[in-house]
Design a protein around this ligand. Sequence first.
Ligand code: ADP
Ligand code: MG
Length: 720
Amino acid sequence: RQNAINAVTNYTPTVKPLNFAETTPTEVFGANVFNDAVMKSMLPKDVYKSLMKTKKSGEKLDPAVAGPVAAAMKEWAISKGATHYTHVFYPLTGLTAEKHDGFLSPDGEGGAIAELEAKLLIQGEPDASSFPSGGLRATFEARGYTAWDVTNPAYILENPNGTFLCIPTAFVSWKGHALDKKTPLLRANQALNKAGQRFLKLFGDDSGDMVVSNAGPEQEYFLVDRNFFFARPDLMVCGRTLFGAKPAKGQELDDHYFGAIPRRVLAFMMEVERELYKLGVPVKTRHNEVAPGQFEIAPVYEQSNLATDHNQMVMTTLKSVAKKYGMACLLHEKPFAGINGSGKHLNYSISSASQGSLYSPGATPAENMQFLAVTAATIRAVEKFAPLLRAVVASAGNDHRLGANEAPPAIISIFLGEELAEIFNQIELGDLKGCDAKGCLELGVDTLPALPMDSGDRNRTSPFAFTGNRFEFRAVGSNQSIAGAQVALNTIISESLDFVADEIEALTKKGTALNEATQKVIQEIMKKHGHVVFNGDGYADAWQVEAAKRGLANLKTTPEALPMITGEEVVKVFEKYSVLSKDELHARCEVYHEQYNQHIQTESLLVVKIAKTIILPAAIRYQGELAATAASIKAAGIEPRTTLLQQVTDMLRDLQDNIVALEGVIADTDDSSVEAEAAYKTTKTLPAMLAVREVADALEGIVADDLWPLPSYQEMLFIK
Ligand code: ADP
Ligand code: MG
């Protein structure tokens, strides 16, 4: 520990500062992306046009384009120094996976040529037996296929140790089952496009523009010096501290948030941004977060599929660049107990090219009517499928964060802001008073109230908050792929848009005017689902009570939440919109349970190991020192005070007892099913781990500092 502290204190940057004057960010942006401009310059005109049709209007890919595209891609990549290509995919682990193949092919005459065949662009066959499939792919049928995702651009990953071409792909089993995060997202996007266009048509939009969803994920993370990181097996293996007494100074002073960014961190951020610019990721915002050692990076929002790949790139880039600056980037949702955790605020909207965000109150009465209808459809979807939204952000890590007085509670509710909530309230009551206040938009329809232009107030405690032209889903964990949340949102909102369209059509067919029909449908929705709207303090205990009264689910742990993925209603809507089949949902549910169990299993084993081999010996050494001192005092003829020795001895006994108890719990595990095992882990293993930790942390408070082996919270969080 002392060596680590010395190394940190003597840190001198080894990286030369970046010179932004040499090449400006605008020159750098997208330099390593096989983007539309590059394709336009390199591809035959008809091939380019055909590809754009697939990209921009979702038309089926003409297989004939693969040949010319593969050739151009290879040429471009080699000119950038690439030697290999890889199909990049996103397995259910939530990580980014890549399998590298060389461009080099023997020419049969002792030489070699560089090539990328069309069929290798379109489809790859990674030996995928080790990726989780939840039983969809028996190990003997290990083959999974990666299929080229035409909608996202290929790119080059530049690396001093090797440069390669990355081709974004979806990952499916030989029977076509989705084994990844991307496939259902592409399917859900299709569903949303269809339902969205139908909906807009009802409100007079015949443009035929695609309806898409957008995401702007705000990524939170911690930075810790690598010397400390390697002195903490728990951080290295689990990404979070399993031990550690609360520091005297935590985040209480609020002196870090938005404060001056430490210089080493600033240099790191600049390089992260530059690397991401090259990959075409439009990162924009950076700042200190609430906890010491915590920061945030946010891009400008993009369409869901691209934003999702880009967020994966953000996570990998944060990790790899941190190393260069002698730090480790922690993406765990709760690396330090008692200190704010990290989430990923998913800013989410639905839009079309001509209308922009459908969550923007418009300038005309007709637009505002449509806005209210879309928002009502969203309220309905979120209420109806609240447990699903909780389930798609469930993980062992996120369980520590949700509901921990800093992150939204596990109860899914919607914040609308006072004005908008009032309007929906009035529609529900059928008592539309209108609004005369300044800053309100006139709807110009007698029966509809005016709309606030910007319901500007922010509520940080809500899991799903309206923020002017989008919703912000704040329950996503910092380590998670943002795909799952978007798959769920796009699917349930598609269903809700169709529901609203059906209801309105039924009324207009009977002769009701569109205005009146829409109002009526919104009124019905609010009566049935309006109780999901909550504008108060989500952190307050009173909300737990109130939410229960309203019948809102409060699924505190992953084992409670995960089974919601296979609930009857969920299966029905996912099958109806061809996003995930019943089998695929069950497989996912199984995989996520396994992941949870594996996480806690690893953590519990490490608690035992660290307690036995690091903490216990340190405390025993201290006990020995105290005993020897007491003995020599006594030998000198003075009666020693032995209170401290007694205290350490008692705590050592407790520590040993608790370790033995934890070992018993680990050995006894219930593995009759993944669900049973998960429940056991939550109710038995986690508390037993905590019991060991409590004594260990108390010992940290009394054992001599020079004997304490693990870097402390204070050191990890405050030394820059
Ligand atoms: P704040 O911290 O105030 O929420 P940030 O600037 O950190 O704001 O992040 C807001 C995120 O929301 C950005 O990624 C931004 O691009 C994104 N965003 C803005 N408008 C939309 C929209 N219509 N749809 C989706 N995301 C959006
Ligand atoms: Mg935000």
